[in-house]
Each structure stands twice: as C-alpha cells, then as structure tokens.
Design a protein around this ligand. Sequence first.
Ligand code: SF4
Length: 220
Amino acid sequence: MGKANWIDRAILDKIMREAKKNGAPVFRIDGFTKGDKFKSLVFTILSARTKDETTLKACEKLFSRVKGPWELAGMKKREVAKLIYGVGFYRQKAGYLIDMANRLVYDFDAKVPSDFEKLMKLPGVGRKTANVVLAHAFGKDAIGVDVHVHRISNRLGILRTKKPEKTEERLKLIVPKRLWKHLNIALVGHGQTTCLPKVPLCSGCVIRWYCKRIGVKKSA
Ligand code: SF4
C-alpha cells in the first residue's frame, strides 16, 4: 500500500466500529447536537482541552437555559461560567461564547457561517474548531486536527510533525479528500478508547499490523 493511499474507507470504518463498540464518547456528540450547527459550534469551542464527557454535560446544562445565539448573546459572563463550570478555562470560554454569539447575531444573521475564513473571525474559534465545525456540522471536506489526530498520525508513522497545523497540511496530501470529513471523528474515537495518550492499548488495536508505533515507549 503506497503512502498516498495510507488510509482507505475500510480502515476508517474498522477504527470507527471498534471505537463505537468500546463506547467512545465522541459518538455521543451527534445525539446532543442533532444537526444543530450552533450547538455543534458551542460544543467544539468548549471541548478544547476538555474531555468529551465533561463538555457534553456542560453543553446540556447551557442549552437547558439557551436556545440559540440571541439568548446567549444577552447573558452575563458569570452566568455562563456557572453553567459550563467543569470545562477547561471555563471563565475565558464563557467570555468567548458570549462574544461569539453577539458576532453571529450582528454580523451573520444569527446563523453559523459555513465558510472557513468567516468562522475564523469568531471569538474562540481557531483552525481546529473551524475545521471540525465545517466537517461535522456542514459535511464539508475539512480535517480538524486536535490532540488525538496529531498524536495518532505521528504514532502511525505516516507523517512526522511537531505542530497540528503541519499535521493538517500533511494529512491533506496523503488522505483522499472524500475521507477528510470522517478522519477527525474516527481518530478521536480511536484515541479515546485504544490509542490512549500515555499507554496505548496496542495489543488489542485493530490497526496494529499497519502502525509503526513511532514514539510509543510503553503499551498494553
Ligand atoms: S498500534 Fe498502538 S500506537 Fe499504533 S494506532 Fe494502535 S494503539 Fe496506537
């Protein structure tokens, strides 16, 4: 198998099936967002440096109080911080959420834009968040590179990068475009259940035959 085709649909499906079977929290996100693009954006902003289970709880609490950007835009920072307490940097993120909601209301007709550059203009939104929202909420060809995607791509040995931006660049060269939008969810699920950050569970990994295990010092 050449590097240009390093990952095909069958491999992605295999990883996803296994991660679902093992209860990866990432697959519960769709049950929460139910196609709502604003919920998807809020979830992704809150999920930075926070486990999906914790983010889901915070989002459920927040959305028990707000329906969309209008309500969130009018809230006080301390109210929002209280609702999302538990996520990393919750005070800072509370401020981002309110500013982001205001920007949506005043500049985007209270709708989440489906354009990378416009998304990047929203407070609290960086490359990863913009790409994840484009792929998950809009079904566009984008690769959101978070810690799981960055770590696993390097461990597999299909690229060697230090920064997520470079990982995104390299992945776009070696992964077929039609798979880009599925890559984040598959690798996040794999990272949450098998390719764990500290001690990956290599002996039970469904793609161990393929992986070069670069940088893995200890595994189970
Ligand atoms: S073999 Fe180990 S390091 Fe490689 S993808 Fe599987 S769990 Fe991760």
